[in-house]
Design a protein around this ligand. Structure first.
Ligand code: SF4
Length: 56
């Protein structure tokens, strides 16, 4: 399991700095979470202003 970022992402970047394992990076048109690095902590979901991040 890992958290995923939907198309609701507006590329604000709020989540990337909060991830304790650095799993979030800017992708093509939205930010992306590396499923192999994500430890399912949920921190990113709590800071996303558009609610774009959810557990898969
Ligand atoms: Fe990073 Fe936690 Fe979000 Fe996974 S759930 S991407 S470890 S902040």
């Amino acid at each position: 399991m890992a958290y995923v970022i939907s198309d609701s992402c507006v590329s604000c970047g709020s989540c990337a700095g909060e991830c304790p394992v650095g799993a979030i990076s800017e992708g093509d048109g939205k930010f992306e979470i590396d499923p192999n690095s994500c430890i399912d902590c949920g921190t990113c979901a709590g800071v996303c202003p558009t609610g774009a991040i959810a557990s898969e």
